[in-house]
Design a protein. Structure first.
Length: 191
């Protein structure tokens, strides 16, 4: 569910092509990423990314409480910058390839916290475990995309996961249990 403050809501209304019913926005795979970081033994911070994932935002301008966000992608799309690290992540130490490793997020609630900020709560399924997470979210922009010539939304969200809660606690506490995420999403009206 996405619900915005008055100013952000008004900006999103301007972007919506049809105000009488919910509008589907499809994630722009080329401009949506999830970045994560882990502290390695206190010596360095290692970064990784997921990109090219599927998802949609259903935005109901007249009843924002009825809006929703869904995202899904296979964990195998992880990018780490080093093949040996990727292979280790895809081993039984972390993401066992024998399991279904589809990551999903489905929104369940919202709390507006400012002019263009909100806390989006949702169910995250990761490594076969589903937990509620809260995304601190900023609406970056809503309007007509200058090249696509259609309604477009852009958001940045952050959260921190405790990886051991998802059955991914190998090598803690030497490798950080807390994993900060930064999520950047662009979405264009479907069609």
């Amino acid at each position: 569910m996405i619900r915005l403050s008055s100013a952000a809501f008004a900006a999103a209304l301007v972007a919506a092509p049809a105000l009488a019913e919910p509008v589907n926005y499809v994630l722009d795979q080329g401009h949506s990423q999830i970045l994560f970081q882990v502290n390695h033994l206190g010596y360095s911070t290692t970064y990784g990314m997921f990109s090219g994932f599927d998802g949609q935002i259903v935005f109901d301008a007249e009843a924002p409480a009825a809006s929703s966000v869904t995202v899904s992608f296979p964990v195998a799309t992880m990018l780490t910058g080093w093949e040996a690290r990727y292979q280790h992540f895809m081993s039984p130490d972390f993401f066992d390839p024998a399991k279904d490793q589809t990551v999903t997020f489905t929104s369940t609630g919202i709390e507006v916290t400012g002019e263009n900020t909100a806390k989006i709560t949702g169910d995250l399924t990761l490594n076969g475990v589903t937990k509620s997470v809260v995304l601190d979210t900023v609406l970056n922009q809503a309007g007509e995309h200058p090249m696509e010539k259609k309604a477009w939304l852009g958001f940045t969200a952050t959260t921190t996961l405790v990886r051991s809660e998802f059955g991914l606690g190998a090598f803690t506490p030497y490798i950080s249990d807390e994993v900060p995420l930064t999520i950047n999403v662009e979405a264009g009206v479907a069609g």
